[in-house]
Write a protein that binds this ligand. Structure first.
Ligand code: UD1
Length: 372
């Protein structure tokens, strides 16, 4: 029986951990899963609603860390997570993604001699100004077992000198959640509530510090979005980090003829229902590049790079940067294509069964490490 602490901290963690914990509960002779929530995200809309939508069990422990500078937030997670690990004595701690909670918990464990498994290992944007890139690099150095979503992850890790026996290609566990909840999302009334059922519309999300912390930079992107919104309604659920800059910039939502709608962040099912019907998604999120690829929804990534090149090579994603003229031009090109044009080739192992492969990899690595 393997006792595994599954760490969640921020919004993009919940849909990765939910299928893993559910799979562990199904294999209860082999796994005893615990869930620890660091509290990096804490608003009802950023956290609680995801537990509900994804059937994620309430955390066994909530660290209540909240917001802060990178150092303060990372340090607070470490201080509060260490006693939990000492108390629970898990066989493994499983961390996902690239948020501050991921690196903080991995670092605690490696110092205590507790094995770490990293889900979504090996992704690289090669942009060290992104806090997430630092979190990815360091977590992959520390973890015993590196579970990659796509073959480029394996190649990146091997090039960094990681031993092949620590790497396992398991596929994309976010897609497990996506496929599991597609039917439930169809019951969401979000398109009707926005008056967009059957209509053409675009969806936007933005939260990268490089795009939203400087109101002037955000303002340039918003001006491009307002131009797109003259052509079709653009729905923008606003992340709390982004809200501050929007208020400072003083966005004129009613800019001549533009249907740009700023709304509160949506829960998992409502958001799935919304973007799955969109003609176009514009985003700086990593996960949404993957989800739109899996569903064949055209996506423009408003960044200079991506750690998920497979979404460009075989998916529907285009990395277009943040220059307003380019955003508007690329949106025109995407909207000119027919809705059915170019069904995506979904990357291998993005098949809804990644969680099972993650559990198999944990069992196998445990056996391999056990002294004879
Ligand atoms: C974090 C992750 C990012 C991930 C994103 C998803 C890091 C370094 N970044 O960024 O990789 O893509 O989550 O959302 O870990 N806030 C609230 N309520 C909340 C959470 C945050 O109001 O529930 C506000 C706070 O003012 C906070 C700000 O949002 O200061 C940013 O939150 P933070 O956790 O620092 O990072 P994110 O920008 O959300």
């Amino acid at each position: 029986m393997l006792k595994v602490i599954n760490v969640v901290g921020a919004r993009p963690n919940f849909m990765k951990v939910a299928p893993i914990v559910a799979a562990m509960k199904r294999r209860s002779l082999k796994f005893l899963p615990l869930v620890v929530h660091t509290g990096q995200h804490y608003d009802a809309a950023m956290s609680d609603s995801f537990f509900h939508d994804l059937d994620l069990p309430q955390p066994d422990t909530h660290l209540g860390v909240g917001s802060g500078s990178h150092a303060a937030q990372t340090a607070a997670v470490m201080e509060r997570f260490e006693p939990v690990v000492l108390r629970e004595k898990p066989d493994w701690v499983l961390v996902v993604g690239d948020v501050n909670s991921t690196i903080a918990c991995a670092l605690v464990c490696v110092k205590l001699g507790v094995k770490v498994a990293h889900v979504e290992a090996g992704l690289r944007s090669r942009d060290r100004s992104m806090p997430e890139e630092i979190n990815r690099l360091l977590t992959d150095q520390l973890a015993e077992l590196l579970l990659t979503p796509s073959a480029d992850g394996d190649r990146n890790l091997l090039a960094e000198g990681v031993a092949p026996e620590r790497i396992r290609l398991v596929g994309n566990v976010m897609i497990d959640s996506l496929l599991k909840h597609t039917a439930a999302a169809e019951r969401s009334r979000v398109r009707e509530e926005l008056g967009l059922a059957g209509a053409d519309y675009a969806v936007v999300t933005l939260h990268r510090p490089s795009n939203v912390d400087d109101p002037a930079a955000l303002g340039r992107i918003l001006s491009a979005l307002a131009r797109v919104a003259r052509r079709l309604p653009v729905v923008f659920p606003v992340h709390p980090r982004t809200r501050r800059s929007v208020e400072e910039f003083g966005l004129k939502e009613d800019e001549a003829g533009a249907d740009l709608r700023l709304i509160e962040p949506l829960g998992y099912l409502d958001f799935l229902r919304l973007y799955s019907g969109a003609r176009l998604v514009l985003t700086d999120s990593g996960g949404i590049q993957e989800e739109t690829t899996a569903l064949g929804v055209p996506c423009l990534t408003l960044r200079e790079n991506t750690e998920r090149p497979v979404t460009v090579e075989s998916g529907t994603n285009r990395v277009v940067g943040t220059d307003p003229e380019r955003i508007v031009a690329e949106a025109e090109v995407a909207l000119a294509r027919s809705r059915e044009g170019g069904r995506p080739r979904v990357p291998p192992l993005w098949d809804g069964r990644a969680a099972g492969r993650i559990l198999d990899a944990l069992l196998e690595r445990t056996r391999a490490l056990r002294p004879n």
